[in-house]
Design a protein around this ligand. Structure first.
Ligand code: CTP
Ligand code: MG
Length: 233
């Protein structure tokens, strides 16, 4: 792709999955017999623009992540290099750990949640295309169906934002590397990377997301993902 530069994908998989409540960290919980991280890597490594991948894993599962990545590369016949590093206490710390080991030639960085394990390749492609096309920061998002209320500490409604202007955002989130590094140099404390970039005053573009990019968070989400996977097979 003209002007794209090399694309590095950071897959954050170092969380414990406390809301899912399984006996292993969430990225290693099986979905139809394959750990969520395995599904996520199939998506990432099927994306033809990815030049290198960094998996950020829990310390106790670094070796498991390496074995999983080798298996997916073999299955897909992919020679894209995959590096596994250990994550931190918060999601932002894990992203920073991934950023620290990206190869020098990487110009575009995608940050992806392993928990969004069924994200279609088309979403990766849309995000990369928008960054390569000149946007500094790009996130996939979907229209919000519920009316959203803003509440105060006491639970009282203080406002009703116009629903048509709201988007539920997903990953992969894509950035010009320099912008994401500048954002993380200030702070890694946010629920998503675009939030850090917004604080720099950079514009963040929303492109179309996909319901299949749902984040597996609760046992009910795991059931939804199982159903979605069965539909796509
Ligand atoms: N993540 C990470 N490092 C952390 C926390 C989260 O790499 N310290 C990753 C998770 O592995 C996941 C993604 O960030 O792929 C989104 O986070 P979330 O869905 O909140 O996962 P967990 O933090 O594992 O789940 P929970 O909040 O329920 O404990
Ligand atoms: Mg979490």
């Amino acid at each position: 792709m003209t002007g794209a530069g090399r694309v590095g994908v950071i897959v954050v998989a170092a969380g414990s999955g406390s809301r899912l409540g399984a006996s292993v960290p969430k990225a290693f919980v099986p979905l139809a017999g394959v750990p969520l991280l395995g599904h996520a890597l199939r998506g990432v490594l099927s994306c033809t623009t990815a030049s290198e991948v960094v998996v950020v894993a829990p310390a106790a599962h670094r070796g498991d992540a390496e074995v999983l990545a080798e298996g997916v590369c073999r299955e897909l016949g992919s020679s894209v290099p995959v590096t596994v590093v250990v994550g931190g206490a918060e999601r932002g710390d894990s992203v920073a750990a991934g950023l620290a080991v990206l190869g020098e030639a990487v110009e575009i960085v995608l940050v992806h949640d392993a928990a969004r394990c069924l994200t279609p390749v088309a979403v990766f492609d849309r995000v990369v295309a928008a960054v390569a096309g000149g946007s500094a920061a790009v996130v996939p998002g979907t229209a919000v169906v519920d009316t959203i209320k803003q509440v105060d500490a006491g639970g009282f409604v203080v406002g009703t934002p116009d629903r048509s202007a709201l988007r539920a955002v997903q990953t992969p989130q894509g950035f010009r590397r320099e912008v994401l590094e500048r954002a993380h140099a200030v702070s890694s404390d946010a629920t998503d990377d675009a939030g850090l970039v917004e604080r720099l005053g950079e514009r963040v573009l929303v492109v179309e997301g996909d319901p299949r990019a749902l984040k597996v968070t609760t046992p009910a989400d795991l059931e939804t993902a199982t159903r979605l996977l069965a539909e796509t097979l």
